[in-house]
Design a binder for this molecule. Structure first.
Ligand code: PGA
Length: 256
């Protein structure tokens, strides 16, 4: 772990938790984080859209950031059921997940729609967490580097250096998401270093050294410490293990 980059632990709640469960989880986390004075890791939570406003108010005086799990690739208009980046900005939301593999798999989202969303997020000063990752078939065919490079080239490398520096990258091998299979520390470090090299080639060493690259995919309190101690892993995007305050807090504490 490089000390100059932001360390980030983010909870992607997906389609889980009621309003009451969400508020209890946040209240527990606020208490636990307040007790951990030494921890300088940034904490993000990505709840359902309909709780964002309430949770923003609940976390107002705390260090917890609230983000959205998705946004529309259109700026405004007749798109029933969609939520625009301007709407997110208007409630004070500061971050958004873009290109999560579940959006790509179940809702046909692509590198191109991700690029459109990233542009809108940057315009509204909302931090995009751009999610990339290969399938098991792609890894078995040794195509993982090609796939990741394409996701970077088509989804985010159109940004200028200044805008790119405002983004967070989340590497999430699809075969590790929700499966209990985690990338080995060698696989994780190898891919994170590959991504950072691509950023260096496209922008500069400086930009590459500034951008946080998170690992996601069955990251939990047992493996977080090992993963977060890798030189190019700057934190985690956590699904299942972010739904219980104690588990999530132990992952945050893996940075100490
Ligand atoms: P998981 O999900 O931690 O449950 O594997 C990670 C993610 O999808 O962001």
């Amino acid at each position: 772990m490089n000390l100059t980059r932001k360390k980030i632990v983010a909870g992607n709640w997906k389609m889980n938790l009621t309003l009451q469960e969400s508020q209890s989880l946040v209240a527990e986390l606020i208490g636990m984080i307040a007790d951990e004075k030494k921890n300088d890791c940034e904490v993000y939570l990505f709840p359902s859209f309909i709780y964002i406003n309430t949770l923003l108010r609940q976390t107002q005086e705390t260090s917890i950031h609230i983000g959205a799990q998705n946004c529309s690739n259109k700026s405004t208009g007749a798109y029933t059921g969609e939520t625009s980046i301007r709407m997110l900005s208007s409630v004070g939301c500061k971050a958004v997940l873009i290109g999560h593999s579940e959006r790509r798999t179940y809702y046909q989202e692509t590198n191109i729609t991700s690029a459109e969303k990233i542009n809108l997020a940057i315009e509204q000063h909302i931090t995009p967490f751009y999610c990339i990752g290969e399938t098991l078939n792609e890894r078995n065919a040794n195509q993982q580097f090609e796939i990741i490079e394409q996701q970077l080239n088509e989804g985010i490398f159109h940004l200028n250096a200044d805008h790119f520096s405002k983004c967070v990258i989340a590497y999430e091998p699809i075969w590790a998401i929700g499966t209990g299979l985690t990338a080995t520390i060698d696989q994780a470090q190898e891919m994170h270093a590959f991504i950072r090299n691509k950023i260096t080639e496209k922008y500069s060493v400086n930009v590459a050294q500034q951008v946080s690259i998170l690992y996601g995919g069955s990251c939990n309190e047992q493996n977080a410490n090992e993963l977060f101690s890798l030189p190019d892993v700057d934190g985690g995007l956590i699904g299942g293990a972010s739904l219980k305050s104690r588990n999530f807090m132990n992952i945050i504490k893996a940075f100490q």
